[in-house]
Ligand binder design. Structure first.
Ligand SMILES: Nc1ncnc2c1ncn2[C@@H]1O[C@H](COP(=O)(O)OP(=O)(O)OP(=O)(O)O)[C@@H](O)[C@H]1O
Ligand SMILES: [Mg+2]
Length: 231
């Protein structure tokens, strides 16, 4: 579904991503693991056109994304819940959910119902300013906003960052639920143990290159992953 081939991305003269090869197949949950500054967000921004790769190819459903703007990439079926949530704090939850949607979208109510099934806590919060929600609720709004676009591929950049452990558990169950519903997921995480629990495969980024990759079982058994990310 998504394929990155030999992707290189720089910040000005500073080389960040080197030779990234990554595949996400339809129906999978794939995790992108790595510590602070490894290049996870840079990879995600490159996929969705917020950064332009210096070289390499990015294909989605067999078509190149390289020359497309973010807006067009979202229209093709990729949505992200970005690092740090990026909500509009003074706008209500509902306004945050509807932002970026085509006005004529007819199944809005149906989508909202599904979101309330996934995140019941949001049901009574629709008219509340997003900035007044708890961290956990803001994380729910961020994922829900991405789901309102009905993406084929949902990209989550450290969705559980900063959440209490009990919430992280519930969050991961919801991510599995979203995948069961038919949405393919690429999940960036520092928390390798949690991410691998819900993933079929994963990639480990270190200093902008892919250091290891494989199935969940292979990564759980990998010495580097065990030493650096599983403690
Ligand atoms: N706008 C920028 N200009 C220059 N360097 C940047 C910029 N954004 C990120 N970097 C650098 O690129 C590297 C990779 O950053 P990136 O945000 O992709 O890491 P990450 O894996 O997402 O880390 P984290 O887990 O902290 O979110 C870091 O060294 C970071 O300092
Ligand atoms: Mg990041």
């Amino acid at each position: 579904m998504l394929e990155l081939m030999s992707v290189y991305t720089s910040y000005g003269k500073i080389k960040m991503l080197e030779n990234i090869d990554l595949v996400v197949n339809q129906g999978e949950v794939v995790c992108l693991l790595g510590s602070n500054g490894a290049g996870k967000s840079t990879t995600i921004k490159t996929i969705v056109g917020l950064l332009t790769p210096n070289s390499g190819q990015i294909h989605f459903e067999g078509q190149s994304l390289n020359s497309l703007k973010t807006f067009d990439i979202v229209r093709r079926g990729i949505s992200i819940a970005p690092e740090g949530r990026r909500l509009f704090p003074r706008m209500t939850v509902e306004q945050n959910l509807l932002i970026g949607l085509d006005e004529e979208k007819s199944n809005c109510d149906q989508l909202k119902c599904w979101i309330f099934e996934l995140f019941p806590a949001l049901k009574n919060r629709l008219n509340q300013a997003a900035g007044t929600l708890s961290g956990g609720e803001q994380a729910m709004v961020s994922i829900s906003r991405a789901l309102m676009q009905e993406p084929k591929l949902l990209i989550l950049d450290e969705p559980s960052f900063g959440l209490a452990p009990i919430l992280v558990e519930a969050f991961y169950q919801t991510i599995t639920e979203i995948n069961r519903h038919g949405t393919t997921i690429l999940l960036s995480e520092q928390n390798a143990g949690k991410a691998l629990e819900v993933s079929c495969r994963g990639y480990v980024l270190q200093k902008g290159t892919i250091h290891a990759s494989g199935s969940k079982e292979e990564l759980l058994d990998n010495d580097l992953v065990r030493a650096c990310y599983l403690g």
